[in-house]
Design a protein. Sequence first.
Length: 320
Amino acid sequence: MSVSLVTGAMLLAVLTPTTTPVTTTTTTATATTTAAATELTSTTAVPSARVVQEAAPGCDLTSANARKGDLVWGFKKSFRQYVGVGLPGATGNSITATNGATITALDEVLRDGVPNPAGIPTGAYRFTFDSADYTSPTQFTARYRGTVAFSYPTHFFTLLLSDPWVTTANGTATLHADIELKATPGAPTQPSNQPDVALARLTPPAAAPTNGLLTWPDIPATLTTAEAFGGFYQAGATLDPLTLTLAADCATVPTAPPTANPVVAPVAATTENLIPIARFRPAPDLASTGVDAEHSLWAGVVLLLAGLALVLAAYRPHRT
Ligand code: HEM
């Protein structure tokens, strides 16, 4: 008797539908692709030179009209590779440019002919013009604007390179910039902040302005401070050559180099459960137990009632 009741209740319980979703495992990208996967590289061919538009005749560069130009500099390609590609086990690395700086497609780190497969843009940087104090092609100061942030969380640092400026006089030239090394606990060096530090010695060319445009192409640069990079580079280390332009407001300046185009970074293959997490899954495809919910409920009710009927029938007094 009571067996019937219990059986009905059990059947109801068993057949009551469950919509609990199947537990899913989210697959995460590894190596250096994780945080910076949205900020990616170009797969297009890298142009080797910038396009110089038609010159503006009759335009002279003077102290009063030096108001245009830019600085294209990759800082140090091996560092772009160290952060952008990362050593094995690196996660969350990024290189970003803001406040007037852009990451170009020039001189990117290539792997098998393809820009950095880790997905982080590794091209040289373009800093936009800020201001200039121009006396002559051999005596001037040109300031540029922008910040590039190199972040390597598993090596406990973020390095900020900001607002570079070049000054030349008496046959020498120096590149200055703000360098800030942010170091988190575990870093092998202390954090440091060096605004306007003399960063590199440059070899000034014998260049004269043409139609209001002064160009210093591919100028060799060597590091003059070891402190700026936590001692990881020694003074005298070779940095990337830089190209600067300084121009009168009436001059025609070269077009900006192309910026690195985003591409989707490859995600590591995995043998884990690849079912996407529930919020990305189309609603009708919610993991199913294979049982129709509404019909199962009614079937359970009917069985329960049947069980009750059997119980009542069993207890009905018999007429003698
Ligand atoms: C404040 C923290 C750190 C800073 C500023 C820093 C900076 C640097 C720099 C500037 C380089 C030279 C990159 C190049 O041009 O080739 C370098 C290389 C290297 N760093 Fe760090 N690093 C830091 C922390 C670490 C930590 C914690 C590790 C180890 C867990 C590490 C391991 C290495 C290795 C192995 C290289 C050589 C890479 C190569 O030659 O390919 N670094 N680091």
